[in-house]
Write a protein that binds this ligand. Sequence first.
Ligand code: 9D3
Length: 250
Amino acid sequence: MTKMRFDVLTLFPEMFSGFLNSSIIRRAHEKEIVQTNLINFREYARDKHQTVDDAPYGGGGGMVLKPAPLFEAVDALLEGSSKRPPIILMSPQGAPFTQQKAQELAGYSHLIFLCGHYEGYDERIRQYLATEEISIGDYVLTGGELPAMVVMDSVTRLLPGVLGNQTSAVTDSFANGLLEHPHYTRPAEYRGYRVPDILLSGHHGKVEKWRRQESLRRTWERRPELLRSVSLTPEDQAFLRKIARSSDQE
Ligand code: 9D3
């Protein structure tokens, strides 16, 4: 019983081997929670030289991915199927990828990824083949393959049975909207650097309060915009006012 099928259309299928052989992702495939099909869409180019790109109409530099190889590769994947899975174009112009989008995609049983490699797409791919377009952030990569792996990774770990239940997606950073509090393990002192005493106290209530406050502090320092979409108790708000006041004085 496969829960998720990823079809990846790419000119560089070999880029996925390290990812697919890494521990958690490989185990998800071994358990048949995920199945990944890599399709080199060059195989769907019909001319002798298996051309996948061409010069842009109107002139100028760069090359543009032709529509036919991608359309025909998708047709081959969907023939005889009445399902209409998301067809995700990986592109720097796409919507920024978020944890919320990962959760939404994890609700499907089939996803198709279209990856280009430092080229533009013929606009008809965007308009009439893809159902959505995703970017993983505002920096320039050489292709959509790493971004597709990022999306596949984040979706896979949300599927039931992939992670141990102790690392559940519920306790994730971002799941409660805040950054994580600091973590420590033994020894209690390393090169003179001490673990905060409160964590050694065995006082569960105080530890929980400290963690909440450090989580708030870290979010306020590093990602204050996240605090807008988090529900804060009166106690949380009082703590944030306190650290805001103390930073005002510096
Ligand atoms: C510079 C003009 N274009 C090249 C002909 C823009 C361009 C297209 C494709 C630049 C880089 C790429 C390759 N990147 C992706 O395909 C990509 C990407 C990215 O670069 N950053 C963040 N998310 C993504 S998703 C796909």
